[in-house]
Design a protein around this ligand. Structure first.
Ligand SMILES: [Mg+2]
Ligand SMILES: [Zn+2]
Length: 196
């Protein structure tokens, strides 16, 4: 029987969605060459201007807002713990209902690092969330895979990835467009009861 008390949520990735990525062309992180990374200091944190109002709009739709973020860089020695704590204080102040962080590195084989859905499953248990009627938002393929593997609708915040990723339901330019798409989808749901 369907549990009517279950709540619905939007799971939201952090870097590249809530705050800007930091451009570091050709830098080596744990044996992988990358172009963009998470901020490695509080000074580098730049929250997108439209983030706060977009999160507020999602909250008005009666959806819980959960941050689900991989943060392996402390373990890799790239981000001091105190800087991370300062960054997360600003992020939490944006109005998230809860925050789930995987601190594990690529070789630790944990169950929480996206693309694995461990953080979504933990949130669902803790908050009684109906995952099949919830959303996952992110700017990487692993975000889409984590969301899809537990039945969420997925929103990809990236123009360049949409050709190589087939695990998304919607594409958005930024968090503001995410809020607009979800608003529209919720209106459709209210009208005919279907979750698109
Ligand atoms: Mg990201
Ligand atoms: Zn983990």
């Amino acid at each position: 029987m369907r549990d009517k008390c279950r709540k619905r949520a939007v799971f939201i990735d952090r870097d590249g969605v809530i705050n800007k990525l930091v451009h570091r062309p050709g830098i080596d992180v744990c044996g992988r060459r990358i172009c963009y990374s998470a901020p490695w200091s509080y000074r580098e944190l730049e929250i997108y201007q439209e983030t706060k109002s977009s999160l507020d709009a999602l909250g008005r739709l009666n959806l819980l807002k959960f941050l689900v973020t991989n943060q392996p860089d402390i373990g890799y020695g790239l981000l001091p713990r105190e800087e991370h704590n300062k960054i997360m204080a600003d992020i939490f102040a944006l109005g998230f209902d809860d925050i789930f962080i995987c601190f594990h590195g690529r070789h630790e084989n944990c169950n929480c690092k996206k693309p694995k859905p461990g953080m979504l499953i933990e949130a669902a248990r803790k908050w009684n969330i109906d995952l099949g009627n919830s959303y996952m938002v992110g700017d990487s393929v692993s975000d889409m895979e984590a969301g899809k593997s537990v039945g969420c609708k997925t929103l990809l915040v990236s123009d360049s990835l949409k050709t190589i990723c087939n695990k998304y339901d919607f594409v958005a330019k930024n968090i503001l467009e995410v809020a607009r798409i979800i608003e529209k989808n919720e209106r459709r749901k209210r009208n005919d009861g279907n979750f698109y």
